[in-house]
Design a protein around this ligand. Structure first.
Ligand code: C2E
Ligand code: CA
Ligand code: CA
Ligand code: CA
Length: 279
């Protein structure tokens, strides 16, 4: 038994070393990656349930690493947060998203909204509103089509300053949504204080819809209260038809998930747009 535990400890140590090496490699490469713009935004459609129309998309960042290939955001956004590189990276995301909206408009696509994810540290940045406003001016994008996805934890951090910042974004004309709704601690009553327009029900609640009645009760209550507060509801992570049936039954407006489309590269999204939007 001793040699086994010794052995498994050794394996554990090796795995740790690998993780740490990967961590350092990615972390060290991140600054260079930002300078060289080794990133791409992928786009996942948002579907209106009533007519299955594509009404928007979410921008999701990917790191196209020259040696390691495509790296998902869960693997480097935390590193970017720790190092502060999330600030230049987050600015790149917003600028790229706005240029994308401008390109779609110039190509004559029907207007769809595009949402970007903000990180906590980025949201705290003092000149964030100014930066966004400058990018909007630079690209000439109609601010109504730019949406910011925030999380509950960001909103709870410093309530008064948060509310002011949200109002400043609203004054610019942006749309604000709360991502991963239900995973944090905010109540809907508390949410009334924030000038937000949309709730995104977290994937973890959508997952077991049609199977687990607890989750169904949460989804039902969220949609009902959101409707009474005049908030739009979108369910994320929809993968099958029984989830759709439940969501339809509670009048959820929009959905996003693999059942309809995965996040797509710029080129794949153009193909998607041509077949879904242009008739
Ligand atoms: P999120 O904002 O909750 O994004 C939704 C995630 O769920 C995405 O993963 C998306 O690809 C995935 N997803 C969509 N539909 C389905 C489905 O039907 N089933 C399943 N299993 N998954 C689905 P992704 O692209 O790997 O992004 C992970 C997280 O990374 C995001 O979670 C977001 O928190 C963060 N992230 C992505 N892009 C950015 C960014 O530009 N800036 C910041 N700060 N964070 C970002
Ligand atoms: Ca999101
Ligand atoms: Ca989410
Ligand atoms: Ca999530």
């Amino acid at each position: 038994a001793k040699s086994i535990s010794h052995n498994s400890y050794f394996i554990y140590e090796e795995a740790m070393a690998d993780t740490i090496r990967a961590h350092l490699t990615l972390g060290g490469g991140l600054r260079k990656a930002i300078e060289e713009e080794q990133f791409e935004l992928f786009y996942q459609p948002k579907i209106r349930l009533s007519d299955k129309a594509t009404v928007g998309a979410e921008a999701l960042i990917r790191w196209m690493h020259p040696e390691l290939g495509m790296i998902s955001p869960d693997q480097f956004i935390p590193l970017a947060e720790e190092s502060g590189l999330i600030l230049p990276l987050g600015e790149w995301v917003i600028r790229r998203a706005c240029y994308q909206l401008k390109e779609w408009r110039e190509q004559g696509y029907p207007a769809i909204s595009l949402s970007v994810n903000l990180s906590g540290r980025q949201f705290m940045q003092s000149d964030l509103v100014e930066m966004v406003s400058q990018v909007l001016a630079e690209t000439g994008v109609d601010p109504r089509y730019l949406e910011l996805e925030l999380t509950e934890s960001m909103l709870m951090a410093d309530a008064q300053q948060t509310i002011e910042k949200l109002h400043a974004f609203r004054a610019l004309g942006l749309t604000l949504s709360i991502d991963d709704f239900g995973t944090g601690y905010s109540s809907l009553a508390y949410l009334k204080k924030f000038p937000i327009q949309t709730l995104k029900i977290d994937r973890s609640f959508v997952n077991d819809l049609g199977v687990d009645s607890d989750d169904e009760a949460i989804v039902k209550a969220t949609i009902a209260m959101a409707n009474s507060l005049n908030l739009k509801v979108i369910a994320e992570g929809v993968e099958n038809h029984s989830q759709i049936e439940v969501l339809n039954g509670y009048h959820c407006e929009e959905v996003q998930g693999y059942l309809f489309a995965r996040p797509m590269s710029h080129d794949d999204f153009s193909v998607y747009m041509n077949s879904h939007l242009m008739g």
